[in-house]
Ligand binder design. Structure first.
Ligand SMILES: Cc1cc2nc3c(=O)[nH]c(=O)nc-3n(C[C@H](O)[C@H](O)[C@H](O)COP(=O)(O)O)c2cc1C
Length: 328
């Protein structure tokens, strides 16, 4: 193997490790990377799929799409140009993408800023602050998502009330389903020493007084929250033209790009996936966006709660569990 190939392979392995910081549903990190001399292959890990809450794997694929974008961002910050092929093997639906290194490029300030945001980004389940996200910041988030062919529909006040009703209904469905309840218990709460799942430290100590209820984790966590609400928050639906695995992967890439842009602008993000998990509630959401596309996820965008300290970072699996470097 030449020195250049060795350098590329080391950069690919580092990018795969950095992609471990990507957001994923219930912090399942349902991905595996295989590093070769000039490519990085991304596979879905079905053992970490939420079989009850996400039987089709749409949230798993969205999560893997976010990891895919994180890896590309990490490589760009090291001056590597890349080409991405999505679902490259028709015989293997779990082979979600291949990133190939195509050469060296100058590192731009924007590429550096995006990579810095990878380390800072986190989910914020506290109430939103009273200051709305600036329209320019929301525009930057929408533009980052649009670069991946995914749009952001900003919900009107009436649509937010419908969303609140949908979120409450989704919580009731989940609470009444033994398998989904068991999944919630398995993936959330406690300290999460194995590096997966949502620890108590990032779950609010009490339910915030928000119009749209956050996901019901069925128990209180230890994250201190202020008395704020979500009156100044912007709720947005990420949506796109198709509703198949390739579309969910793109949606995940757009989620990552939009969330990194939000982080760079100081905007706090909270995803809402319970409303897309149930087909009937997802259909209502599709209707709310006038059937212009398929909804992938709802995002709450806002300024951070000024009355309480930010949440700590959620733990991650060690890179050795998700990244395999091929010999050669
Ligand atoms: C597809 C997807 C769906 C998610 N849905 C929710 C949700 O409904 N409620 C919630 O509180 N967090 C949700 N999250 C946030 C994850 O729980 C979070 O990304 C994960 O625990 C890792 O934490 P971090 O984002 O702070 O790094 C979702 C994330 C993704 C990628």
């Amino acid at each position: 193997m030449s020195t250049r190939e060795r350098t590329a392979q080391a950069a690919l392995a580092e990018a795969a490790a950095a992609a471990g910081q990507a957001p994923s549903v219930h912090n399942t990190q349902p991905w595996r990377w295989r590093v070769t001399a000039d490519a990085l292959d991304l596979y879905a890990v079905r053992d970490r799929q939420l079989d009850a809450g996400d039987p089709e794997g749409r949230l798993l694929t969205l999560s893997c799409g976010a990891a895919l974008d994180h890896a590309v961002v990490a490589l760009a910050a090291e001056g590597w140009a890349t080409r991405v092929s999505r679902l490259p093997d028709p015989a293997d639906a779990d082979h979600l993408a291949r990133i190939t290194v195509t050469g060296r490029v100058p590192v731009t300030a924007a590429a550096m800023r995006r990579f810095q945001a990878v380390r800072l980004r986190h989910t914020d389940r506290r109430p939103a602050g009273d200051v709305p996200a600036a329209p320019e910041a929301v525009g930057a988030i929408a533009a980052a998502a649009a670069a991946h062919g995914v749009d952001l529909h900003l919900l009107t006040r009436d649509q937010v009330l419908d969303l609140a009703a949908g979120a409450s209904r989704a919580d009731r469905v989940e609470a009444g389903d033994d398998a989904q309840r068991a999944e919630l218990v398995a993936w959330t709460g406690g300290d999460r020493p194995d590096g997966t799942g949502v620890p108590d430290a990032v779950i609010p100590e009490r339910a915030p007084e928000t119009t749209v209820p956050g996901r019901d984790f069925a128990h209180a966590g230890t994250l201190p929250i202020g008395d704020g609400h979500d009156k100044a928050a912007t709720y947005a639906v990420l949506y796109g033209p198709g509703d198949e695995a390739a579309d969910w992967l793109r949606a995940g890439e757009a989620l990552s790009a939009g969330w990194l842009a939000a982080t760079a602008q100081g905007i706090a993000v909270l995803p809402y996936s319970s409303v897309v998990e149930q087909p009937a509630i997802r259909a209502a959401l599709r209707h709310a966006i006038a059937d212009v596309g398929y909804p992938y996820l709802v995002l709450r965008l806002g300024t951070a709660d000024p009355d309480a300290a930010g949440p700590p970072h959620t733990p991650r699996l060690p890179a050795g569990r998700t990244v395999e470097v091929a010999d050669g």
